[in-house]
Write a protein that binds this ligand. Structure first.
Ligand code: SF4
Ligand code: SF3
Length: 542
């Protein structure tokens, strides 16, 4: 196997024996084979798009299939076998439609005529032969850009899938998934073409995130400032993790009146701020921290656990209590259909739950764009009067590496006259710190999940408009942490928007060559994090 798509990749270069995430070589091969099959579908679908043929079902499937290969989503080989076969069916249907419309159906790339083997062992062999980027003759920089594109596309697929679940779609997103995946079969493209595709991926991701923002706020209202207890209540309990709001909504509806308290874990924390979710009395509090601590935290949870999206880790120690839904999978873990949470509830009722109340303090959530913009006047005044000197966006993924202490130290060391906006699971390094306020504006503002990056971008744009300057001219610095491929897509969106001077850590992606990094540094002034002291001094003394 070879996989280098996430930040914890082995030796900083690639997982070759088994994934540090727990991905087995067999699953890695099947993921590669699925993406190979998607390339085949993409060739015909791209041709179909030229002829005005678009098939929403196929587009939705494509986003789901690609999202399944994102880090920490699906570790279950059997599910990939199904997806590979479905993909080939979609491809054949698309081929038929394109042929009937008089379009080109003669593609030489092996993905266009790939036939899946009948059994698992042979499928794995097929997967081992294709690899993710199969143009091994291409130079290292082109391969680097191809990988950036594919990983960005994985992020776009995730956001598009989240938005689609809540009824928000745009065919231009599906068309781009096809354009990008089909491009991987084209050996004629040069460096500039790949740079163009990578930036277009950022542009399309902005649209996907905009749709997701509309989906979440349209259905559940704009988040409002909300205090979330970190302790628990005596009683039966269910813990929900991942990012999917509709799953949470369904779970809350189905547990109402059953004597069960629902707790959020990881990226679900900001959901407490949504009016249409916080209205449930049994939606109590938040349990635990970021995804990489789940083995310890889940083992100690006295109720059922539901994983709705990434990030899942090996659940052997609590296999009977954990359930996966949607695209998440782990071999041996019970999988339930979205919204069909009866088995989860039964398990929670059979478990002891928390035996007594415990108060562990609280945190505030709900500072998404609507809330922040509602106090824009106050914020602008505070900047003009000098009470607020600088804004930091300290956000992104968390992970297990030691270097990630940088982010908590950075936040602790920020001066009192600065505001910290945060989002995604990286916030768990500092989410419960009491940083005080500036004239009633909290110094630590939780914008939401990684899925809410659009909200943070809108806040920056609104501030820039208020000060009649560009986002790059604001007293705002982005200090980002990455782990998986949604973060790659968000980074591409920021680059597409021309945002400069981003600090990125804890380490730079293994799939970026020195030359590609050089382009990023020259054009976007992107830089690796150094130490909190050095970076703060460099930012504030600029
Ligand atoms: Fe390794 Fe990350 Fe790939 Fe898992 S997702 S196999 S940890 S690079
Ligand atoms: Fe976290 Fe997995 Fe990226 Fe949603 S939950 S940000 S890592």
């Amino acid at each position: 196997m070879f996989c280098n798509q996430c930040e914890q990749t082995a030796k900083g270069t690639g997982c070759t024996v088994v994934g540090v995430c727990g991905k087995k070589p067999e699953v890695a091969a099947l993921q590669d084979l699925l993406l190979h099959a998607v390339k085949g579908l993409a060739l015909y679908a791209k041709e179909g798009n030229k002829l005005g043929i678009s098939d929403r079902e196929a587009g939705r499937f494509t986003a789901e299939a690609i999202f399944s290969t994102l880090t920490n989503v699906n570790f279950d080989a059997a599910r990939f076998v199904t997806l590979i076969n479905q993909c080939v069916s979609y491809r054949e249907e698309m081929k038929k439609k394109v042929a009937e419309a008089g379009g080109n159906v003669n593609f030489a790339d092996p993905s266009a005529s790939f036939q899946p083997a009948a059994d698992l062992a042979d499928l794995v062999k097929q997967g081992e032969e294709v690899g993710l980027v199969n143009d091994h003759d291409a130079d290292a920089d082109i391969q680097s850009l191809q990988q950036i594109l594919v990983y960005g596309i994985k992020g776009v697929s995730a956001y598009a899938d989240h938005a689609r679940i809540l009824g928000q779609e745009d065919d231009i997103i599906y068309a781009f998934l096809y354009e990008g995946m089909a491009a991987l079969t084209n050996k004629e493209l040069g460096l500039n073409d790949w740079v163009g595709l990578v930036l277009k991926c950022g542009e399309i991701n902005l649209r996907a995130m905009e749709l997701l923002d509309a989906a979440n706020t349209g259905k559940y209202g704009h988040p409002v400032p909300t205090e979330v207890p970190l302790g628990h209540k005596a009683g039966k309990s269910i813990l929900i993790s991942g990012h999917d709001l509709q799953d949470l909504d369904n779970l809350l509806q189905q547990t109402e009146g059953k004597g069960i308290y629902v707790y959020t874990h990881g990226e679900m924390l900001p959901t407490h701020g949504y009016p249409e979710l916080k209205k449930y009395k049994h939606f109590y509090g938040h349990y635990g921290t970021a995804w990489q601590n789940q083995k310890k935290e889940f083992a100690a949870f006295p109720g059922a656990i539901l994983m709705t999206t990434n990030c899942i880790q090996d659940p052997q120690a609590y296999m009977d209590n954990i359930f996966t839904t949607g695209l998440v999978g782990w071999p041996g873990a019970q999988h339930v259909k979205n919204g069909e949470f009866g088995p989860v509830i039964e398990r929670a009722l059979a478990m002891p739950g928390f035996l007594e109340d415990e108060d562990k303090g609280s945190v505030m959530v709900g500072f998404a764009r609507n809330t922040v913009m509602s106090v824009a006047g106050k914020v602008i005044e505070a900047v003009k009067s000098g009470d607020i000197k600088h804004f930091f966006l300290v956000g992104g993924c968390d992970g297990a590496k030691v270097g990630r202490n940088y982010y908590s130290e950075f936040v602790e060391k920020t001066p009192q006259d600065t505001i910290i906006l945060t989002l995604a699971c990286g916030k768990f390094r500092f989410f419960d710190k009491k940083l005080g306020d500036i004239g009633g504006i909290p110094r630590l503002l939780d914008v939401g999940q990684c899925n809410d990056a659009y909200s943070a971008i809108q806040i920056a744009v609104a501030l820039a408009n208020a000060f009649e300057c560009g986002v790059n001219d604001l007293p705002l610095s982005l200090v980002l942490s990455w782990y998986e491929q949604k973060a790659v897509a968000i980074l591409l969106t920021l680059l597409y928007l021309g945002i400069k001077d981003i600090r990125l850590g804890p380490s730079l992606p293994a799939f970026i060559t020195p030359n590609v990094l050089d382009v990023l540094v020259k054009n976007f002034d992107i830089k690796p994090i150094s130490t909190p002291e050095e970076d703060l001094a460099a930012i504030l003394n600029k």
